[in-house]
Design a protein around this ligand. Structure first.
Ligand SMILES: Cc1cc2nc3c(=O)[nH]c(=O)nc-3n(C[C@H](O)[C@H](O)[C@H](O)COP(=O)(O)OP(=O)(O)OC[C@H]3O[C@@H](n4cnc5c(N)ncnc54)[C@H](O)[C@@H]3O)c2cc1C
Length: 690
């Protein structure tokens, strides 16, 4: 209904403000966007899918935060099915499907089906199993989930309690949950959606001398039907359901599941790398057991690529809003006529947002590098050479931990940097913040998996110490050999850490710190034989330092490889991002850099000024840099982050015209001491629902 608020305008025009910001920078946004997002035709695909999806009523986002949990799941399911339907209707491929999920922006109940479930069958199934299952998976005639974690164990896969006992007479496995803590738990899509599960269970085989006794052969993967194809009810011997409310993930049915002597045929065990022989009932292994973790590694690689887009989205909102938002006149201004300052011009706001803007680019180049590394190594593994698995696993673990931590913390930092409106639904960060909080935990807890990186580096340093002149097989070998040659006559680097510091000097500083921490870990563990548990904090620091070194080195390498082809001023601005990310990180962990003699204490003093200078250099380009990340308004779903800067108009419209709470008169009997929840206009039968 029209009212007197219709013609009111904000005091400062957001659209003009953002236009002025864009005019102030000569960056060619399209060119930079193509540079960042051309892999697999990402940008064209985004445009194509957006055109279709944004017209579908089912995908309208502006009311979803007002729905209850069961409604969110139901909507999520409807959208999951619609995405399959639309993908078929439009003749789209799997990348288009993934783009639908990305733009839909909620955890789809079909997500695990097309990630962990299909990847596990593809990587661990025998040719015969793949021939049987893959067509069913790809045409959605079954829906899968991945049931590894249990109520009692998640990180410790070897400690899983679900058992799969081989029955040589019936040639079947009996899957059983002997304890309450054996209940599968957290597994996405298992609660209400999936018809099948990849179940990770301890394989038990009868011993040779006494067939009534059983011997354990560790966790194996089984493909298990859990719900009836027609009734969709769980099969007898299975108790399964949704685990209930949680942070974010409202549209996902994370589940629990217990088995009571549930029988599956021999063919249920995925047998590309291990199978139970018919005649003898012994386990025959065909390859490297570490490959069982191959699908986890793959998912970790994708998580890193995803982290950069998630952080870019939060930073897009923060940069645009803080460029529009004004508070106070400049304290030192002599004129009363000056406009209020944009909050993005306050260094205390910049220090929270601009290093994160720089981080999006650091994540990008490492994501690209990991993507190539995974596919290169995958080819070698497919040929039966498992050599690269250790390096791949180590790099992916350390980077998964660092990148998801940077992105998850970064979203929250952006939210806080936006003051009160950052806390509101109009920020567009409520969903992404709550959903992304899971990432530091899932696919390997961030504090747990860093131990794998440290173990790998200690092993490498041990070999380097034993044989310091062996031909290096990778950059880490080279770095360790260089370190060992120079460590005795090391003079702490007195590089001046100013805004115009030499880029290679930054890389050297990060690499030296990583090598020195590796050497200290080697000394503590291998030479002094300190207990692993006691060293854990040191080992986590090592992993972080090593992964930061990868981010810095890879970012630096991009200058030689790709960024130099961009038109001015993009290469120089990206260099500023490189320095800002690096010097900001250096400042955060200054003691670690000085204690490892990577940088002298004197040089650290210059850091705050250098960071201020770099932020001043970057500031005029901030809006165009976030524009280059090309996050569509439809995905942002954010009043604060709108590309046209109409922040206040949208916030007011959301509250005044679109908020369902304002459509109902609550408390008409406000003089009474009681509220009748079960009836009336506002009651909606609430009591009956409780
Ligand atoms: C949203 C969400 C979705 C999920 N989806 C799935 C799914 O689809 N399928 C599935 O199988 N699982 C799923 N999980 C489970 C997830 O994989 C596990 O929660 C995760 O691996 C962490 O394991 P945990 O919960 O057992 O934590 P724990 O291992 O119990 O960790 C608790 C704390 O102990 C620390 N810790 C544990 N072990 C060590 C150690 N050795 N040294 C030092 N510190 C240690 C950890 O760092 C952590 O701080 C999901 C979880 C969430 C939150």
């Amino acid at each position: 209904m029209p009212d007197f608020t219709d013609n009111l305008k904000p005091r400062y025009d957001g659209t003009m403000t953002l236009q002025a910001e864009r005019d102030a920078s000569a960056i060619n946004v399209n060119e930079l966007a193509n540079h960042l997002l051309s892999r697999d035709g990402f940008l064209e695909r985004q445009e194509k899918v957006l055109r279709v999806l944004s017209k579908e009523k089912l995908f309208k986002k502006d009311q979803q935060m007002n729905l209850s949990r069961p409604e969110r799941y139901h909507l999520g399911l409807a959208r999951a099915k619609a995405i399959v339907r639309i993908t078929r209707r439009e003749g789209w491929d799997h990348e288009d499907y993934k783009m639908c999920e990305y733009l839909n922006d909620e955890m789809s109940p079909y997500h695990l089906h097309m990630t962990m479930f299909v990847t596990t069958v593809r990587e661990q199934g025998s040719e015969e199993q793949k021939k049987y299952w893959m067509p069913k998976i790809l045409d959605y005639s079954i829906i899968g989930c991945y049931a590894q974690s249990e109520l009692g164990h998640g990180s410790n896969v070897r400690g899983l309690e679900t058992i799969a006992k081989w029955d040589p007479v019936k040639q079947e496995f009996e899957i059983h949950s002997p304890y309450l803590t054996a209940s599968k738990w957290w597994n996405g899509a298992m609660g209400r959606t999936a018809t099948h599960a990849i179940v990770v269970a301890q394989l038990l085989l009868p011993t040779r001398d006494n067939p009534t006794k059983y011997e354990g052969f560790g966790p194996q993967t089984f493909i298990v039907p859990i719900r009836h194809a027609e009734s969709h009810q769980p099969f007898k011997g299975i108790a399964v359901g949704d685990i209930g409310p949680k942070y974010g993930y409202a549209s996902m049915d994370n589940g629990y599941m217990l088995f009571d002597h549930y029988r599956v045929p021999k063919s249920a065990m995925l047998s590309r790398y291990a199978e139970v022989s018919d005649e003898t009932g012994v386990l025959k292994r065909h390859g490297h057991t570490a490959v069982v973790y191959g699908s986890l590694t793959f998912v970790r690689g994708q998580i890193i690529m995803h982290a950069r887009l998630v952080l870019a989205r939060a930073v897009t909102v923060a940069v645009r809003y803080c460029a529009v938002r004004r508070q106070f006149r400049d304290r030192d201004s002599k004129s009363d006529l000056d406009e209020e300052m944009k909050v993005l011009d306050y260094p205390t706001v910049q220090i929270r947002i601009l290093p994160l803007l720089a981080t999006t680019f650091a994540l990008h180049y490492t994501g690209e590098m990991m993507y190539s590394l995974y596919h290169k190594s995958r080819e070698t593994i497919e040929k039966g050479d498992f050599g690269p698995l250790a390096e791949l696993h180590s790099a992916s673990s350390g980077l998964k931990s660092l990148c998801t931590m940077l992105a998850a913390d970064g979203i929250e930092t952006c939210r806080r940097a936006m003051g009160g409106h950052g806390f509101g639904g109009g920020s567009g960060l409520v969903g992404i913040n709550a959903d992304y909080l899971s990432k530091p935990t899932v696919e390997g807890d961030n504090w747990m998996i860093t131990q794998q990186v440290a173990a790998y580096l200690i092993k490498k340093m041990t070999s380097a110490v034993k044989n310091p002149t062996a031909p290096p097989t990778d950059p880490t070998d080279e770095l360790f050999q260089f370190y060992l040659k120079n460590r005795d006559h090391r003079i702490p680097q007195n590089v001046v850490l100013s805004a115009d510091i030499n880029d290679q000097a930054i890389v050297d500083v990060f690499q030296w710190r990583a090598a020195d921490l590796s050497f200290r870990a080697y000394e503590a563990r291998v030479v002094e034989k300190k207990s692993w548990t006691k060293l854990m904090i040191q080992l986590h620091t090592l992993s972080r330092a090593y992964s930061e070194q990868i981010l810095v080195t890879t970012f630096h390498n991009s200058f030689n490889n790709t960024t130099s082809t961009l038109s001015s001023p993009a290469p120089a601005v990206l260099r500023t991002c490189f320095r800002l990310y690096s010097l900001y990180t250096l400042d955060q962990f200054a003691s670690s850099f000085t204690l490892t003699t990577a940088a002298s204490a004197n040089s650290i003093y210059a850091l705050p000024d250098a960071i201020l200078d770099l932020m001043a250099d970057l500031r005029p380009h901030a809006v165009k840099l976030v524009d280059a990340w090309s996050i569509p308004d439809w995905l942002l779903e954010s009043a604060l982050g709108r590309s046209d800067g109409k922040v206040y108009e949208e916030l007011f419209d959301m509250a005044h015209r679109r908020n369902p709470l304002n459509r109902t008169t609550f408390n008409p009997d406000w003089r009474s001491e009681e509220i009748v929840l079960g009836s009336g206009d506002a009651g909606h039968g609430l009591l009956a629902k409780l």
